[in-house]
Structure formats: structure tokens, C-alpha cells
Design a protein around this ligand. Sequence first.
Ligand code: ARG
Length: 264
Amino acid sequence: MLKRYLLKIVLSMFCVLGLGCEQGPQEAKNPKIVIAVDATFVPMSFLNDQGELDGFEVDLIKAVVKNAGFDYELVNVEWGGLFGGLITKKFDLVISSITMLEERKNRMAFSIPYLQSGIAVLIRKDIKKVDSLEQLAEIKATVGAQINTTSYYFLQKYEGIKIKTYEKFGHAVIDMANKGNDGVVGDSVQVNYYFNQNEELIQNARFLGSRMTSELYGIVLNKEDIELKREIDASLKELLQNGMVQKLHKKWNLGDFSVVPVPN
Ligand code: ARG
């Protein structure tokens, strides 16, 4: 990405110096951008039955980059590799239900937010007389979360709770079904999706309260891609304002667990 920009700058300097500056006829308005998603987070981004990337965020990012006039390529990267790959320029954008956190903002740039969500807690029904996280801590419960997520950071605040971490959120849910943990914490959209899709889970688990936090999701970029950020923000803002993002929210049944923000 950066290299291409530098090349463009060098080429335009040739123009200024009158040294010839023909552009290849096949050159697109903008260079192709590479977008990484973690396709394990249904219904946000996942592989569908045809093995293609699909979901709310896949639809959204395609619309945003197309609207900004970019050619793009989507790559499937696991959660643990997203930030490192972005920083080392393996890709230009990441969209994967990533919460805008101050600590992350120090290292990476975020677009304007496209969704307001939060986390939800599901516990096994056979854990009786527990109605709060404090009580879960008192009984020294084991609670599962995906590593290095806001759910994981949230659980760290409760001394007494034993945190069991997983590379994928889905693994935490499977483990709960096998009584490997007493409950799970995850982004409310995913927790609800798993709950509603799975008869066994409905039989054997229950929600502890409702949405516990308010978090904003943003598209992540490299800090120095200032021009790209400007174009992505402008495009996203347009789609937030013209109802396109709201339409996708409806298409993917995100319901009350997340809200499309109105940009100012
Ligand atoms: N919103 C949470 C966070 O930013 C969890 C994101 C996990 N996303 C994923 N694709 N696995 O920490």
C-alpha cells in the first residue's frame, strides 16, 4: 500500500519535472486494497456453505470499499493474527467486530464506528442461584472467553472468576456444552446467535442479565494511511446516512443486540 503511494508520488514528481508521466491505461483510480476478516464470527463474518466469506461485516466492507472506488481482495485471517498482519502491512484494512479501545488506538487507527454492541454472559442452567458476575466470582466459577477480546478484559475485573481462554469464541461454547466451563462471555451478537441456533444450548444455558457493556466497532487501519482512512470514513458515513448499513443490520437479523450509530 505505502509502496504504491510512494510510487505514485515519484511518478507525479516526474510529471512536475517534465520527464514524462504516462499512466498505464489499465490503472484503476485507486490501488487494490487487501482486507482481512476473521471468518469464525457468525453472523458477522464466516464461511458459508459454498465456502465463501459471508456475513454482516463482509457485506458491509464490500459496500464501503466499492463506494469509495477501490478494488479489493478479502483474506480470511484468524483473530490472533489480525493486528500483527495489519501493522506489518500484510493487509490494509481489518473488519472483525473490533471494539475501539484506547490501548488499540495507540497502535492503530479506527474508522468512524459502524456498530454499537457489547458483551453478554451465558451460563449453564445447572449453576443455580447465581444472578450476577459477583456471584459467579463468589463460587469461583470457570468462565470462557476468546483470548485478548473485550470479554476477556471484562472478566479480568472479577477476582475469583477463573478465566478459561480460547482461540475461537465457538470453542468456548462447545466447551460449555461439555461442562468444561460454567459459562461464556462474548460479543452479544455472537452469544445470541449461538443461543438461538442451538436447541441444546437453549435447554442447558441461560443469560445472566442483558448486554453488560456498550462498545463501538470500527474498521481498523494503519495509522499512517491517513488518506485511506479519510476515504473509508467518507464512504462509511454515506452508507450510515443513506440507510444501507441499517438494511444490512436487518438482513442479518442483528436485532436489539446491536445498534447502527448515526454519524454526526
Ligand atoms: N469485540 C471484541 C473485541 O474487540 C471481540 C472481537 C472478536 N472478533 C473476532 N472476529 N473474533 O475485543
